[in-house]
Design a binder for this molecule. Structure first.
Ligand code: C5P
Length: 244
């Protein structure tokens, strides 16, 4: 798939939020071969690069959600290592600053060329678990969540990062500010009739699509479905008619 970010049909990424690789592969084996998967901190900390290499080796598209945040040299090294494994998307904190973002972008660019990989970097702006009050407690008085998201998305774009992870509610504003080719990946997706569970702001796949999202991260709606393959197929089908 071309990562054009031009408002085409969004790709669905299934969040492999499992504590062990066996459960993860049980699900992977039930879904189509071209499915994208998000590997987050828990599964990566338990199963590590061998799990990622196995997924990539089986032809799956991997979003490695490690939310890197450290000095430029360290983040650049980790980003290079992720690109060398062939992951398609990798997250890092935009609040790590311009030098860190640029170092990661350069390292991934070099590794993409060296190993003919196609890894893109996504910035994390403000975690959705933070509200205005908790952000002020962390950063001191100043900007609230909304302004910080806009500023950090702009910094990421200017520093050579390919896109951001954002809620559906912020997606349109990010696209307007950073351009349509700046990728936006949106979690917090729920199907009609699903419980919101611990997510505060949720949206259906069609609403996320209308907001311009390039990728939709879907976890429990698929992983806890009695028929995950049918649920994924249903979401994909719902996203198609708007462009056909
Ligand atoms: O099960 P659910 O669809 O809520 O899973 C959403 C996935 O997206 C989880 O892996 C969660 O960690 C991730 N995520 C999120 N909200 C963010 C960033 C990531 O829900 N702001």
């Amino acid at each position: 798939m071309e990562l054009s970010g031009a408002g085409v049909i969004p790709e669905v990424i299934v969040a492999l939020d499992f504590a062990d690789p066996e459960s993860a592969f049980e699900l992977v084996d039930r879904l189509p071969g071209d499915t994208w998967y998000k590997v987050g901190l828990e599964l990566f900390t338990r199963a590590g690069p061998p799990l990622v290499r196995r997924l990539v080796g089986e032809g799956r598209q991997v979003f490695l959600d490690l939310k890197l945040h450290d000095i430029p040299n360290t983040v650049a090294g980790a980003a290079r290592a992720a690109a060398a494994m062939g992951v398609r998307l990798l997250t890092l904190h935009a609040s790590g600053g311009e030098a860190m973002l640029r170092a990661a972008a350069q390292a991934v660019g070099e590794e993409n060329e060296r190993s003919r990989s196609d890894t893109r970097l996504l910035g994390i702006t403000v975690l959705t678990s933070l509200d205005d009050e908790s952000l002020t407690a962390v950063m001191g008085a100043g900007a609230g969540v909304e302004e910080s998201v806009g500023r950090l998305a702009g910094l990421a774009r200017e520093s050579g990062i390919d896109g951001v992870v954002s809620s559906v509610a912020e997606c349109r504003a990010v696209k307007l500010a950073c351009g349509s080719s700046f990728l936006v990946v949106t979690p917090g997706i729920r199907l009609a009739g699903d419980e919101a569970q611990d997510q505060k702001r949720v949206a259906t796949p069609r609403v996320a699509q209308a907001a311009g999202a390039d990728f939709l991260v879907v976890g429990r709606s698929i992983t806890r479905s009695p028929d995950p393959a049918a649920t994924l197929a249903g979401i994909r089908a719902a996203l198609r008619p708007a462009y056909e």
